[in-house]
Unconditional design. Structure first.
Lengths: 636, 655
C-alpha cells in the first residue's frame, strides 16, 4: 500500500514535469557552432502571412529564442505596432529555463502599451505593445506568439532569416498564402552561402526554410546588413494603404496612382501667396535661378517638425497649411516647395527615397512603396537637381552624405520614374590646407592655416559655424589632438553657399610643440593635417568592406625653424600607391630655417573584398606613421 | 561644497520687487523683435525673455484642495538652433491610486514676427496642440507654435492642475539658454507648510508675506505668499566629467512639510532627516518587509550550517542572494509585490532584494540596516524630504566596521556599489527610526597595476613582451561589468585597439568572476609594431609605451560645474625594458614628482637603468571623487604636466 501511494505521487510529479517541460528547446541541445559569438539563438522563427484580400492581411509569428546572456535580450523582439488600420489580435509569451522547465507565462495584459511619440516626433497615432521581461536565469528560452491583423497590404514584412549580428539561427520559416488575383511578387537577395530551402513557390503560395545560420560579428566598414545577408522582399500589385486601394505593375503606374490618390489636392495655394512668390521671383526667367529664390524663401519661412497623422503619414499636409503655419515634415515641406515652384512655372516632382548616410537604393526592379524620406526633383535641361526641403541652412541642391548617389522614385506627371541622384566624385571631395607655422627656440609653435572643404567634405564642416564657442574649441582640440597644449588664437569662417565651399581660417599656438632634450629638438613636421586615427584591427575579417565616399586632401605648409638650431635630420620624401588610394609627402628645404611641406592623400571609394582589409589598414597605418615624421634639430 | 549648491530659503528678505509689472503676455516690443543677438551672451541660440510662474490652491467639496501651477513664457529665437524652443512638451502624471489625474492646459500661445516694420501676431490654434497617452502613468501635452523663424518672439502659458500636494513640480529658471528675468509666486493657505529649496549656484531675491485670503472656499484664513525672482541668469551648458547637470541648474523646489487644519491633529510630513527617515521606516512597504523571515528561514539555516564567523556568514548570504535574485530594473525604496513573492519569483525591485539581504543578515546575527540613497541620475539628497531618495541599499556592521552592500548587480561585492550610487551621502535608518548620514563615495583607492617586461627588436621594428594587469575594488568591478559578457575574441579585439594596436597572444585571465572581492588578473604576450621612432640610428620611445596619454581630457578654457571622477583611483605602471644588443642608452627622462596644491592628484615617475635594462615606475593617483569647479585649472594643468612627462623620450643609440 505504502509503495503504491508513493508510486502514485511519483507519477503525478512526472506527469506535471512533462507537461511543463519543452525538452525540444532545452538550451543544452544547441550545437556548439551556433553558440559561438552568439548572445542568443533563434531556435525557431516561423512567420505565417495570410493575405485574405486586397484589404486584409494577417501575420502570425511564433518565435522561440534561447537567450544566452543579457546582450541577447534584444533578440526576443516581442513588440507589435498598431494604429487605426492595424490590430494586435493576440500576443503572449512563455519562459522556460535552460533545461526546458516552464518559469513563467506572460499574458497580453502583462505586456506594456506605449505611444510612439518620442524625440523629434511631436505627435503620432501609432502605438506599440511590448514585453519588458526580467530574466532570472541565463540561458533561458522564450516562446513568443503573436497575431496581427491589418487592412494595409502595401507593406508585407520582409523575411530575414538572420535579423541581427551576434545571433545564430537553428531554423527560420516563412509561409505566405495569397489569392491569385492580387499579383503577389517577391525578390530574393543574398541567398548564396546560406542554407535556405524553398519548398513552395506558386502564384498563391510561398514557403522557405532556413537552417543553421552561424552568428555573425559586426565589422567596421561593412556594407549595410541587408546587402550582405539574405532577405526576401514581397509585395502586391493590388494593395491597400491605410484605407486607400492601389495597383501598380510598373513604376510608371505607381507614380500615377500616388499622384492621383495621395498627392492630389494637397498643393493648392492662396492667390495671395502665389502673387507674393511671383513678385519675389520678378523677371527672372531661368528655371534654376527661380528655384533658388523659392528655395531660400522656404528655408527662411519654415521649420521642420514631425507629426505623424493622416494615412499612415503618407499624405503630405496641404501646402496652404504649411504656408499658414510655417512648419511641416519632409513630405509637407517638399510638397509646399513644389506648389510654390509651380506657381512660378518651374516644374518640380515629389520624390521618395531612403535618406541615410549609407547609400540605400529604392529597389528599382521591385515596384512597391519604399523609402523613408521625401525630397524634390527639379528638371534642369537633360539633368535633374534635387532639393532637400527640411533643412534651413544647407546650400541649394546640396545632397552629400544623406541623399546622394542612390536610386529614387520620382513622381513625374505621366507616372513614376527611377532616377539616380547626384554622385560626388572622389576627386571633388577636397580639403586643401595652406598655411605656415613657426617654431620658437623654446619649442613653442605658432601658425595660421586656411582649410577649404568642398563636395562631401563641405557637409562635414559647415555646421562648425553654428556651434557654441566652447564646442568649437572642443572640435579643434580634437581635430588637432596631435598638438598638446593647443590654444586657438583666432577663428574665422567663410561659408560660401553659392560655390558650396567652406573655409576655416585658424590661428593657433602651442607651447612645447618641439620637444627639447640634450641640446636637440624634435619637431613633428606635419602640424596641421596629421592623421592620428587608425583603422581598427579585426581578427579574421569575414565581410567585405566599403569606403562609401572617397576624398582628396592637399596641403602646403611653410615651416620656419628656430634660429640657433641646425637641421640634423629631415624625414625623407614618401610615396605610396595602393588600390585604395595614394599618399605623398615632400619636404623642400629653402634654406637653413625655412622648409615647405607638401602632402597629398587620396582615398578611393569602392567595395573591397574581406581579405583586402588588412592591406587597407596597413596603408592607413603608413599614412599615420609618415604623418608623424619628425625633424631633429641640434642647438648650435 | 553642499552649501554652495543649495541655499535654504528660510529668511524673509524684504526686497520689494520692481520688475513685477513689466512682464505681461501680449506686450511684445519692436525692440525685442529687432534684437539680433543676446546682449550678454552673443552665442545664445535663443533666450527666455521672461518666465513667470504662480502656484495657487483651489478647493472643491468633492476633491478638496488642488494645486494649480501656472507658467508664462516669452522666448526670443536668435538662430536656427533655437527653433526647437517653438516645440514645448509638458508631461503629467495620470497613475495615481487615490487621486484624480493631473491636467495640463496650454493657452495664450502666440508667435510674433516683424514684417515690414510691423508686428504680426500668429495665434496657435488646435492644429498645433496635442495630447498623448505615453503609458499607464504619464500623459504628455505638446504644442508647436506656428510661423516661427529666426528673429521670432514666442509666448505661451500653461497650467498644470494636480491634487498631489506633496511635491510641487520644480520651478526651473536656468536652461541651456539665458533667462533675462524670472518670477515665481506661491500662494499657499496657512494649512500647508512647505519646505522651499533653491537649487544651483544662482542668487535670487525672495520676498514673503502673510495676507488674508480672498478665496471663496473658506473665509478668514491666512495665506502665505512667497515671491522669488532674479534677472540675467546665464545659460548652463554641458561639460565633461559631470555627475548630473541637474544638480547645478537653477530651480526652486517645494515639498510639503506639515498639514495643520483647524481642530485636527497636525500631520508632519517631513521636517528633519530624522523625521523623513522615521516616516519612511514606518511605511508598511519598508520596515515591515524587513521583519518578515519565514519565507527564507529553511534555506538560510542550510546555508549557514557550519559557517560561524560573521564575515563568512555575510559573504555566504551575499553570494546566495546575489545569485538567486534578479533585479527588474525598478528603483525605489518601497517593496512593491513584497519580499515573499519576490523571493519566490526570483525577481524583485531594489527594495525587495536588498531588504531580503538585510533581513537574512539580521537573522544570521549580523547588525544590518537599510540606507536610503539618491542615485546620480536623481541628483543630490541635500534637504530633508522623502522625494530626494530613489534607492535603498544595505549596510552591515562587523567589529565596528561598516560595510555597504547592494545586490541588484551581479558583480558588486562588499563596499563596492554600482557606480551610479556613488553620490554624496546616504541615510542609514535603524529599526527604532533613528538615522544618520553615511558616506557613499568610497574612501578606498581602487588600483590598476600594469607590469610590463619588454624587449626591443630593432631589426623587426617591434617591441615585444609580457604584460600583467591587476585590478582591484571599483576598477575590478568596472572591468567585470563592462567585459563580463564579452566573448574572448571580441574583448581581445577591443583591447588590442585600445592599447595602440598591439597584437595579443597567450591571453590568460584569472578570477574573472569567481571571487568578486578579490582582484582580477590578466596576463598576455604582446607584439607592438611601429612602437618607436627610429631616426638617424637612434631609437626614441615613450617610457610607458602604449599606455602613453597624448591628449588632455580637459579641453575647455573655463569651467562652470564641479569635476566628477566617481572614485579615487591609482594607476601603477612598472616597466622593465631591455636595451637591445648593439645599442646603448643615450638619455632617459628625469625622475619626477608632480603633486597638485591640495595633494589630491599626483604623478610620480622613477627612471633608472641597470646594465642593459631600463626600469620605470610610474604611480598616478587621483585621490578624490569630486573636485570643485575652482580646482579646474589646477587639474587641467596637472594633466598637462603628466602628458608632457609621459611623452618625454627614452633615447637609445647604436653603438
Amino acid at each position: 500500500m505504502k509503495i503504491k501511494s508513493l508510486f502514485l505521487v511519483l507519477t503525478i510529479c512526472i506527469s506535471i514535469a512533462v507537461q511543463a517541460q519543452k525538452s525540444e528547446y532545452n538550451a543544452q541541445s544547441i550545437s556548439d557552432s551556433l553558440k559561438e559569438n552568439a548572445n542568443a539563438v533563434v531556435r525557431l522563427n516561423q512567420i505565417d502571412i495570410l493575405i485574405a484580400s486586397q484589404r486584409s492581411m494577417t501575420i502570425k509569428t511564433k518565435r522561440v529564442i534561447t537567450v544566452l546572456n543579457e546582450k541577447g535580450l534584444r533578440a526576443i523582439d516581442a513588440i507589435e505596432w498598431y494604429n487605426k488600420s492595424t490590430t494586435v489580435r493576440s500576443i503572449e509569451a512563455i519562459v522556460y529555463d535552460g533545461l526546458g522547465n516552464e518559469i513563467k507565462k506572460i499574458k497580453r495584459k502583462d505586456f506594456k502599451d506605449q505611444s510612439a511619440v518620442s524625440g523629434s516626433t511631436l505627435f503620432s497615432e501609432n502605438r506599440y505593445v511590448f514585453l519588458d521581461y526580467t530574466p532570472i536565469v541565463y540561458p533561458f528560452t522564450l516562446i513568443y506568439e503573436s497575431e496581427v491583423q491589418t487592412s494595409t497590404t502595401a507593406f508585407i514584412p520582409e523575411w530575414k532569416p538572420l535579423t541581427d549580428y551576434f545571433l545564430s539561427v537553428e531554423k527560420s520559416i516563412l509561409n505566405v498564402n495569397c489569392p491569385s488575383n492580387l499579383g503577389f511578387k517577391k525578390k530574393e537577395a543574398n541567398f548564396s552561402d546560406f542554407k535556405i530551402v524553398k519548398s513552395t513557390d506558386t502564384p498563391t503560395q510561398l514557403s522557405y526554410t532556413a537552417t543553421h545560420i552561424l552568428a555573425q560579428k559586426r565589422e567596421e566598414y561593412s556594407p549595410d546588413f541587408d546587402v550582405i545577408f539574405p532577405v526576401v522582399t514581397m509585395g502586391l500589385e493590388y494593395f491597400n494603404l491605410e484605407g486607400v486601394d492601389g495597383n501598380a505593375k510598373t513604376w510608371k503606374e505607381y507614380g500615377q496612382w500616388f499622384s492621383e490618390k495621395i498627392l492630389s489636392g494637397t498643393d493648392d495655394l492662396s492667390a495671395e501667396t502665389k502673387t507674393k512668390i511671383r513678385t519675389l521671383v520678378g523677371n527672372e526667367t531661368d528655371p534654376i535661378k527661380k528655384a533658388r529664390i523659392v528655395y531660400h524663401y522656404v528655408q527662411e519661412k519654415t521649420r521642420y517638425i514631425f507629426i505623424h497623422v493622416g494615412i499612415g503619414g503618407w499624405k503630405p499636409m496641404p501646402a496652404s497649411d504649411v504656408d499658414r503655419l510655417g512648419y511641416g515634415d519632409c513630405k509637407a515641406l517638399s510638397n509646399y516647395t513644389k506648389a510654390l515652384l509651380e506657381a512660378v512655372d518651374v516644374p518640380a516632382y515629389y520624390t521618395e527615397l531612403y535618406g541615410d548616410e549609407d547609400k540605400m537604393d529604392i529597389k528599382s526592379d521591385f515596384v512597391s512603396i519604399q523609402g523613408n524620406h521625401v525630397i524634390l526633383c527639379v528638371p534642369n535641361k537633360d539633368k535633374y537637381l534635387f532639393l532637400e526641403c527640411t533643412s534651413q541652412d544647407i546650400p541649394f541642391g546640396y545632397q552629400a552624405n544623406f541623399t546622394d548617389d542612390r536610386n529614387v522614385i520620382v513622381m513625374k506627371p505621366d507616372g513614376g520614374e527611377i532616377i539616380r541622384t547626384k554622385i560626388y566624385d572622389d576627386t571633388d571631395n577636397t580639403k586643401s590646407s595652406k598655411g605656415s607655422y613657426t617654431v620658437a627656440p623654446d619649442g613653442t609653435l605658432s601658425g595660421t592655416v586656411t582649410m577649404v572643404s568642398e563636395g562631401t567634405r563641405y557637409g562635414r564642416k559647415y555646421y562648425l559655424e553654428k556651434m557654441q564657442p566652447t564646442d568649437q574649441e572642443k572640435h579643434y582640440k580634437e581635430y588637432w589632438d596631435n598638438i598638446n597644449n593647443l590654444k586657438i588664437d583666432k577663428l574665422a569662417f567663410v561659408n560660401d553657399k553659392e560655390a558650396i565651399r567652406f573655409t576655416e581660417n585658424v590661428a593657433i599656438s602651442a607651447v612645447n610643440y618641439g620637444t627639447i632634450a640634450n641640446n636637440k629638438m624634435m619637431v613633428p613636421v606635419n602640424a596641421f593635417t596629421q592623421y592620428t586615427g587608425s583603422v581598427k584591427r579585426i581578427r579574421n575579417r569575414k565581410t567585405p568592406f566599403e569606403i562609401a565616399r572617397g576624398s582628396a586632401d592637399s596641403d602646403e605648409i611653410k615651416v620656419v625653424l628656430p634660429a640657433g638650431f641646425s637641421v640634423e635630420f629631415l624625414p625623407a620624401n614618401f610615396e605610396s600607391k595602393t588600390k585604395f588610394g595614394s599618399y605623398t609627402t615632400e619636404i623642400i628645404k629653402k634654406d637653413d630655417n625655412n622648409l615647405i611641406y607638401k602632402r597629398t592623400l587620396f582615398v578611393k571609394s569602392g567595395l573591397y573584398a574581406n581579405k583586402d582589409y588588412d592591406e587597407y589598414r596597413l596603408f592607413m597605418e603608413q599614412v599615420n606613421r609618415n604623418d608623424n615624421a619628425k625633424i631633429i634639430l641640434t642647438k648650435n | 561644497m553642499k552649501a554652495k549648491l543649495y541655499i535654504v530659503l528660510l529668511l524673509i528678505i524684504a526686497i520689494v520687487n520692481t520688475y513685477a509689472q513689466k512682464f505681461e503676455l501680449g506686450k511684445v516690443s519692436v525692440a525685442e523683435l529687432n534684437e539680433k543677438k543676446h546682449p550678454i551672451d552673443s552665442s545664445a541660440v535663443a533666450a527666455v525673455l521672461f518666465k513667470r510662474g504662480k502656484t495657487f490652491f483651489t478647493y472643491t467639496n468633492a476633491t478638496g484642495f488642488t494645486a494649480n501651477h501656472e507658467c508664462e513664457f516669452r522666448i526670443k529665437i536668435y538662430s536656427l538652433e533655437g527653433l526647437s524652443w517653438a516645440n514645448q512638451k509638458v508631461s503629467y502624471y495620470v497613475g495615481y491610486e487615490n487621486l484624480n489625474d493631473d491636467k495640463v492646459r496650454f493657452s495664450s500661445a502666440v508667435t510674433y514676427n516683424l514684417e515690414d516694420g510691423k508686428i504680426v501676431k500668429t495665434k496657435l490654434n488646435n492644429e498645433g496642440n496635442f495630447k498623448t497617452k505615453i503609458n499607464k502613468y504619464w500623459n504628455q501635452a505638446t504644442i508647436t507654435l506656428p510661423n516661427v523663424k529666426i528673429g521670432s518672439v514666442i509666448e505661451f502659458k500653461y497650467v498644470l492642475e494636480s491634487e498631489n500636494l506633496v511635491r510641487f513640480p520644480d520651478f526651473d529658471f536656468q536652461y541651456d539658454i539665458p533667462v533675462n528675468f524670472f518670477e515665481y509666486k506661491t500662494e499657499i493657505p496657512e494649512y500647508f507648510i512647505y519646505n522651499s529649496l533653491l537649487k544651483g549656484s544662482q542668487e535670487i531675491e525672495t520676498k514673503m508675506e502673510v495676507v488674508d485670503s480672498k478665496k471663496e472656499y473658506a473665509l478668514g484664513y491666512k495665506q502665505n505668499n512667497s515671491l522669488y525672482s532674479s534677472k540675467n541668469i546665464p545659460a548652463l551648458n554641458k561639460e565633461e566629467f559631470v555627475d548630473n547637470i541637474d544638480n547645478y541648474l537653477g530651480a526652486i523646489q517645494n515639498e510639503l512639510e506639515t498639514k495643520r487644519f483647524p481642530d485636527m491633529p497636525v500631520v508632519d510630513y517631513a521636517r528633519t532627516w530624522e523625521g523623513v527617515a522615521a516616516t519612511i521606516y514606518k511605511n508598511k512597504n519598508f520596515g515591515d518587509e524587513i521583519k518578515i523571515r519565514n519565507y527564507y528561514s529553511k534555506d538560510l539555516n542550510g546555508l549557514l550550517l557550519h559557517i560561524n564567523t560573521p564575515v563568512e556568514r555575510l559573504n555566504v548570504i551575499f553570494k546566495y542572494v546575489q545569485n538567486k535574485m534578479n533585479w527588474n530594473k525598478v528603483m525605489g525604496y518601497y517593496a512593491d509585490k513584497g519580499v515573499e513573492k519576490a523571493y519566490e519569483s526570483k525577481t524583485g525591485n531594489v527594495a525587495e532584494i536588498n531588504f531580503m539581504l538585510i533581513s537574512m543578515l539580521k537573522t544570521a546575527g549580523i547588525i544590518a540596516n537599510p540606507v536610503l540613497v539618491s542615485t546620480i541620475e536623481n541628483g543630490i539628497p541635500v534637504f530633508p524630504n522623502r522625494t530626494v531618495f530613489n534607492y535603498v541599499i544595505a549596510v552591515a556592521e562587523i567589529d565596528g566596521q561598516k560595510i555597504l552592500l547592494d545586490i541588484t548587480n551581479k558583480f558588486t561585492t562588499s563596499n563596492v556599489l554600482p557606480l551610479n550610487l556613488l553620490n554624496w551621502q546616504g541615510r542609514l535608518i535603524k529599526e527604532d527610526g533613528s538615522s544618520k548620514e553615511i558616506d557613499l563615495i568610497p574612501a578606498i583607492v581602487s588600483e590598476d597595476h600594469y607590469n610590463i617586461k619588454a624587449t626591443i627588436q630593432p631589426d623587426l621594428r617591434i617591441i615585444e613582451g609580457l604584460l600583467t594587469v591587476k585590478r582591484t575594488d571599483y576598477s575590478a568591478f568596472n572591468f567585470r561589468e563592462t567585459n563580463g559578457d564579452k566573448s574572448k575574441d571580441i574583448y581581445l579585439e577591443y583591447l588590442e585597439n585600445n592599447l595602440n594596436k598591439i597584437e595579443i597572444t597567450d591571453y590568460f585571465i584569472d578570477n574573472k568572476s569567481q571571487d568578486l572581492a578579490k582582484p582580477v588578473f590578466e596576463s598576455f604576450n604582446f607584439k607592438w609594431d611601429h612602437s618607436y621612432d627610429n631616426i638617424a640610428g637612434k631609437l626614441f620611445l615613450n617610457p610607458i609605451l602604449f599606455f602613453t596619454v597624448t591628449t588632455n581630457p580637459f579641453r575647455q578654457e573655463v569651467r562652470q560645474m564641479p569635476i566628477y571622477f566617481g572614485y579615487p583611483h591609482r594607476y601603477i605602471y612598472t616597466v622593465s625594458l631591455k636595451v637591445p644588443h648593439g645599442y646603448s642608452i643615450e638619455s632617459l627622462p628625469a625622475s619626477i614628482r608632480i603633486v597638485t596644491e591640495n595633494k589630491e592628484a599626483s604623478y610620480v615617475m622613477n627612471v633608472n637603468s641597470e646594465k642593459d635594462t631600463v626600469n620605470i615606475e610610474v604611480v598616478k593617483e587621483i585621490n578624490k571623487a569630486i573636485f570643485a569647479a575652482e580646482d579646474y585649472d589646477m587639474l587641467k594643468n596637472y594633466f598637462q604636466q603628466v602628458i608632457a612627462k609621459q611623452n618625454e623620450k627614452i633615447v637609445l643609440k647604436k653603438i
